[in-house]
Structures are given as C-alpha cells and as structure tokens.
Ligand binder design. Structure first.
Ligand code: BES
Ligand code: ZN
Length: 496
C-alpha cells in the first residue's frame, strides 16, 4: 500500500473529483438523462485509467450501469463494490451558497450535490483501489465495481442486471459506501436499512376548475379533499393511521436497544445542528433513534394543485395530487404496505371524489448480519486511522439494491465516510475533505487486510441449503389475509 498516496496526489484528486461532481447526473429528471450518461462515461474512463481490464456500460430501460473489474489476482478473495453516480435534484437552488454543480472548497469542506451521496464516496473507493495497487498495477484482491445511475429515483436497470446475471453479484464480500460516520471520529457499520413505498395520491372532484364565488359553498374542492385525506393518514403524535401497518413491525432486540442507549446522542445538538427546527416531532413514547431507525414513517414530499402563481386567482381546483412515501422497517413488506395504503386511502375517500394511488417505486427493508470476520478487518482499518472501531447502527434511509446484493450469501458491509451533517438531499451538501483523505487510507488498508485472507469460497453448499430453507420459511410466514404475495427480497446475509 502506498502510504504517501494521499499527500502526493491531493491536488490531482481534487481536480478529478471536481470534474465528476460538475456533471449534473440527476436521475429523476428526464432532462438530465444525457448528464447521467456522461457521469457513467466519466467513470468508465477513470476505470480504464486505473488499468481495469474489463469495463462495461450495461444498458437497460433507464440510466446505464457501469461495471468494471480489476486484474484477476489468483488465490485472493473477491470484493464487489456497489455505489451510485446519480444524485438528487439540487433545488431549491437559491439556498445554495455556491452553485450545486460548481464544486467549491470552504473551510476544508467540498460543497456540491453528490459530494457525500454518493459520488464523493465512490471516488474515495476508486482512489483507495488506486493507492492499494503494487508497482505493477496489481491490487491486493479481486475487485469488481458495480456503479448504478438510478439509486435516487427508483429505477430497475441494476436490479434487472443482477437478476439476469446473478454471477455479477457473487463475491466473498460486498462493500457499500453510501452512508456516514455515526459522529466525527466515530465510524459506523449499518445493521439495517429502511425500505420505502413511494406513492402519488391524485384527486379529482370536478370536470374543470370553477369560479370560487359562483360555486364556493356547494362545489367540492379537490385540493381540500386531498389535504383532508393526507391529514387523516398520520395523527399529531406521529402515529400513522393506516390500519394494521404496525402489526408486522419487528421491534429492535433488547441488545440493539441497549447498544443504542450507549451511543453518544445529544438531542439538543441533533435538533439545532442537523434538523434545524424548534422541536422534534414523532411518537414520543419511542426514543429519537427508535423513531429514525426502527419505526415506519409517512412523509408528504410535495403537493400539486390549484393556483400557486404570483398574484391571486379565485378558483376551486378540479384536481390535486401529492407525492408521499412511507419508510418501512424490518418485518414490513413493500407489497403488503401498498395494499394497506390503498385500502386506507379508499376508506377516507368521500363520495364526491375520484382518488387514485399510483406507486412510483418501493423496496423491502433490509437487515444485515455483521458477525462475519470481514467486519473485524474493516474495524482494524478504521481503528488504525481514527482510533475507533465502527459502532453498529441502523440507517433511516434506503438503498434499494442491497436486498438483492446479499442474496449470494456474501456479507454486505454498509458503511461510509460522510458525517451526519453533510446535508444529503439538502442545499449545500458537502463532504469534509479530511474524511475523504482518511477514507482513502482506510479502504486501501481494508483491501490489503482482506487480500491477506487468501481465497474464500463465496457460497458453500451449506449456505445454499440454508438459503433455500429461509425462502420456504418466509413463504410459510404469511400471517394474515393480505399476505399471499411472494416472499420478496432478502434471503442470505442481507435479510428483507
Ligand atoms: N445514501 C442514501 C441512503 C442513506 C441515507 C443511508 C441516510 C444512510 C443514511 C441513498 O443514496 C438514498 O438517499 N437513497 C434514497 C433511496 C430512495 C430514493 C429509494 C433514500 O433513502 O431516499
Ligand atoms: Zn441519496
């Protein structure tokens, strides 16, 4: 491992990363489709510069996946690295101190959309790979990269690829670096990710908009109907009022709850510095960490309808719609939650309205077993750099492909180099440069330590048998009338 790599190559790395971040690869906006492709091509060029003998662009119905393989190193374990090159839309633009796609350094932090989520972290792993190679360009292990462009927008290209070519998902371990430290100086590994059900609720009450004076008092208002339905879906204490929604929620284990209690957590600081609100909301009978990691949520992301232009217009809107999502926790299944949401909305629909629930995307929650020895190696790399091992935590967010990545039985390492205040999906997203430099050393060291393990068999026959048994168990588990759908994601080490 090249220990001088970071100080020697810093200036070049800042140039390269800035170039990558300048490409506005916003996967949700059709107008940025060519930028997503440019980001993918940028990565392919980078993988070629790094001497990868296999570099593919995998096309599908959506933004392409980049696949790259380092040179084969016989007798060494294999590591699959997953990341995403797409980013969230940058709006509201006026709240950015500097433009989201003109990366700028202020006080040791690099500001741009995608710095932490996830282009900066993908770049960190590329440079760790570069630093870990020997003088002939050979890495210490067999490394393969799977970098997708639709993580932020619910696309299917990477899922279709892994389904069609499961061999691409086979490895001795999978590394996903798309999250953050628990706190400055305290790295984290994640034992669960929430799933999601992203929906749009559309209401029509009239054939056309009407004069609110001539008809107000007698004609049904679509926007009002919509907000009434929305407000019925969650009560003031944060409890979601979808019948049976909490029934399948598995509470965290006693040992998990105990571990969370032991984590440093300053509620006031969290409120003031991360949430930036006057008070926290949600179900008060549960701790904040439980609310963030172990309970489902219902959020309204945006409402469309009526008149929102400058000035005033007196109108009764005929249509209105809202984008909403539920985050799902272990025990819940996406398909079942879809049915529960549809049923709840139907029950709240008044006779004067047509209401439609359209599902944009969704996935099951995931749990990860972190007992595999590979986590000890990562901990060693973290300890050498930060003085601390990773604390086990859960993520409130989702990474849809993870349930599929665990299916080969390989341990899935969910970790990251970000900090909790990086502002993912917010204006002024940033990455602290020291986190990037340390991250390069940490992962280069991890590659080296993992490489020292020699060859490991990805899935042995026992594991395969266990997997088949797990699937059967899941199928038998159906617990009530709606539960006829298939077992869903997540056999193997990452469990749905
Ligand atoms: N990096 C995040 C996931 C994440 C967020 C992990 C916070 C840990 C803490 C990821 O890129 C993300 O934002 N995913 C989306 C997926 C969704 C659009 C299906 C999310 O969670 O909103
Ligand atoms: Zn994200």
């Amino acid at each position: 491992m090249d220990t001088d790599f970071v100080p020697r190559e810093q200036a070049r790395m800042l140039r390269e990363l800035s170039e990558f971040l300048s490409i506005p690869s916003v996967s949700a906006l059709p107008s940025h489709a060519s930028d997503c492709r440019r980001a993918a091509v940028w990565l392919m060029d980078e993988f070629r510069r790094l001497g990868c003998p296999v570099v593919n662009l995998v096309e599908g119905e959506g933004h392409p996946v980049v696949w790259a393989e380092g040179p084969a190193v016989p007798g060494k374990p294999s590591l699959l690295i997953y990341g995403h090159y797409d980013v969230q839309p940058p709006d509201p633009l006026e709240e950015w101190e500097t433009s989201p796609f003109e990366p700028t350094i202020r006080e040791g932090r690099l500001y741009a959309r995608g710095t932490a989520d996830d282009k900066g972290q993908v770049y960190c792993l590329l440079k760790a790979y570069e630093a870990s190679r020997d003088a002939d360009g050979n890495p210490p292990l067999n490394i393969r990269f799977l970098i997708e462009g639709e993580e932020e927008s619910g696309g299917h290209v990477v899922a279709d690829l892994l389904r069609a070519e499961p061999a691409r998902g086979q490895a001795d371990a999978v590394l996903v670096c798309d999250m953050s430290y628990y706190a400055p100086g305290v790295p984290a590994v994640y034992t669960a990710l929430r799933g999601i059900c992203y929906a749009e609720i559309s209401v029509r009450t009239l054939q056309r908009d009407l004069h609110s004076g001539s008809y107000g008092g007698a004609a049904p208002n679509a926007l009002e109907t919509l907000v009434r339905i929305l407000s019925e879906l969650k009560d003031e204490d944060g409890e979601i009022r979808i019948p049976k929604l909490y029934k399948s929620v598995e509470p965290p284990s006693k040992s998990e709850l105990k571990a969370w209690k032991g984590l440093p957590f300053d509620k006031e600081k969290f409120l003031a510095q991360e949430v930036t609100a006057r008070a926290l909301t949600g179900m008060k009978k549960h701790s904040v960490l439980e609310r963030l990691w172990a309970l489902p949520t219902f959020e309204i992301h945006g409402i469309r309808g009526g008149f929102t232009g400058d000035g005033a217009k007196t109108v009764i809107p005929a249509t209105a719609s809202a984008k909403v999502s539920l985050r799902l926790v272990p025990g819940q299944k996406f398909e079942k939650v879809v049915k529960q949401l549809r049923k709840a909305v139907a029950a709240l629909t008044p006779k004067w309205a047509d209401v439609e629930v359209q599902i944009h995307h969704g996935n099951d929650p995931v749990q990860v077993d972190t007992s595999d020895p590979v986590f000890d190696l990562l901990n060693e790399a973290f300890r050498e750099k930060t003085g601390n091992e990773a604390v086990p935590v859960r993520a409130g967010g989702s990474i849809p492909i993870v349930s599929q990545l665990g299916r080969s039985g390989a341990p899935v390492i969910l970790t990251g180099i970000g900090l909790p205040n990086d502002g993912l999906h917010s204006p002024n997203e940033k990455l602290d440069l020291q986190q990037l430099w340390d991250g390069i050393d940490i992962f280069a060291r991890f590659f080296e330590l993992f490489g020292e393990q020699g060859e490991i068999r990805a899935v042995d026959e026992d594991d395969e048998e266990e997997e088949a048994e797990d699937d059967e168990e899941l199928e038998e588990e159906s617990d009530d009338e709606e539960d006829t759908e298939a077992a869903g994601a997540g056999a193997g080490t990452a469990e749905g």
